[in-house]
Design a protein around this ligand. Structure first.
Ligand code: ATP
Length: 242
């Protein structure tokens, strides 16, 4: 029921011109869940991330975080409500060091109940600890992704939206990152994992929404991944994969 939801997206519409790209999305995420959002190229995943982040306005419907209507809250104020977003391009301050990027996030999250500090982050991501004094634009893709996640956690969020965290990363690095995300969920954090790679999504999420041409066309329920993956019709129709 609504009361249990950490994130509720209700009949959400948005777009750039006419017609809308997002055509009335309904998504619910409860505390401690890792929920997938999968879909082929052009399905609208990035558009949804931009609306959740407050970078593109909703045209209709609503976004509720932890019981607060967030639909029209400006992007910079969303972290205060418990929402952190890790964008696909990672969006770090490249000319600042890792430590400087992390401290900025820590300050931005200072008004929220504290779950993460820099020592804990270093424990979770030892590779981040080794690069504290290095400029972010000199890091590898995997290191940048870890810093981007670390920065999101220092905002002390209740829900994290991860936009394609696996893009361009070696399988070993992806595995390490997913391991950390799983641990966070077991502590009650809610995560929305946006993924084009269905192998990754199905290995780590409990359930998932399938997005196609701006609509949720299918819901993979808890325990439903094996059946979904073995239905070639569903996979090829919605994801263009085999
Ligand atoms: P990908 O995985 O390729 O990023 P996606 O699922 O994230 O795909 P979106 O990037 O959200 O999909 O794109 C959804 C639709 O919106 C596409 O038809 C795209 O052409 C269109 N679109 C995206 N950005 C803009 C924009 N700035 N202006 C106009 N149309 C856009």
């Amino acid at each position: 029921w609504e009361f249990d939801a950490m994130l509720t997206v209700s009949n959400l519409t948005a777009g750039y011109g006419v017609p809308n790209i997002l055509q009335g999305l309904d998504i619910t995420v409860r505390p401690g869940e890792m929920v997938g959002l999968v879909g082929a190229n052009g399905a609208g995943k990035t558009t949804l991330v931009r609306v959740l982040a407050g970078l593109l306005p909703a045209r209709g419907g609503s976004i509720t975080i932890n019981g607060s209507d967030t639909t029209n809250v400006p992007a910079h104020a969303r972290p205060k409500l418990g929402l952190a977003i890790v964008l696909e391009n990672r969006n770090l301050f490249g000319e600042l060091t890792v430590a400087e990027n992390l401290r900025l996030a820590e300050r931005a999250g200072a008004n929220r109940p504290k779950k993460f500090d820099i020592p804990r982050i270093v424990e979770m991501f030892p590779a981040v600890g080794e690069k504290m004094a290095v400029r972010c634009d000199l890091l590898s893709g995997g290191q940048q992704q870890m810093v981007a996640i670390a920065r999101a956690l220092l905002l002390q969020p209740d829900v994290v939206i991860m936009d394609e965290p696996s893009t361009g990363l070696a399988p070993k690095v992806v595995k390490a990152i997913l391991e950390v995300l799983r641990g966070l969920c077991s502590e009650g954090m809610s995560i929305v994992l946006i993924e084009q790679n269905i192998g990754i999504a199905s290995s780590v999420t409990q359930r998932a929404y399938v997005l196609s041409t701006g609509r949720i066309v299918h819901h993979v329920a808890d325990g439903g991944w094996p059946a979904f993956l073995h239905d070639p019709h569903l996979v090829s129709r919605y994801l263009g994969q085999h």
